[in-house]
Design a protein around this ligand. Structure first.
Ligand SMILES: [Fe+2]
Ligand SMILES: [Fe+2]
Length: 147
């Protein structure tokens, strides 16, 4: 097992999880209006899930002998409700691609424990993407497994 390759991936993923936490909490406080009420409730719950992802990644990084990053990605703020949801869906689609890549890295390195963790996180990201797509009234793009 090449721990450094896994650690580097987990830290990359963690910066995006920290960014998603901040972006979603910002949207929770900024979204306004009667049309935004379902989004305002949902986005707070999803922000907390992303924070748990960041924490799970940190614990695994620590176990593997690495140092969990405190860096975050640039976050998207502002705009109307639909822009917020589109920006958030963009993060989830990025996360889905990233975790699929991470699962491949774990397979290559023979780290089944990290792979299992990433598979569980991936399933939650697909659920989030599905939620945002439903809010936007879009067709499902992730396949029926996400439903
Ligand atoms: Fe996440
Ligand atoms: Fe997510």
């Amino acid at each position: 097992v090449n721990n450094q390759r896994i650690i580097d991936f987990l830290n990359e993923a963690r910066t995006f999880e920290l960014g998603a936490t901040l972006q979603y909490m910002g949207h929770h406080y900024m979204a306004q209006g009667i049309d935004a009420m379902p989004f305002i409730d949902e986005i707070k719950d999803i922000a907390i899930v992303e924070m748990r992802h960041a924490e799970a990644l940190a614990e695994r990084i620590n176990y593997l002998g690495g140092v969990p990053t405190k860096n975050t990605t640039e976050i998207m703020q502002g705009g109307d409700l639909m822009k917020m949801i589109r920006d958030d869906l963009g993060l989830e689609e990025g996360a889905i691609e990233r975790y699929r890549r991470g699962i491949k890295i774990c397979e290559e390195e023979g780290d089944s424990t990290t792979r299992l963790m990433l598979e569980e996180i991936l399933a939650q990201e697909e659920d989030h993407a599905n939620t945002f797509q439903t809010m936007l009234g879009e067709q499902k793009m992730m396949g029926e497994a996400a439903a």
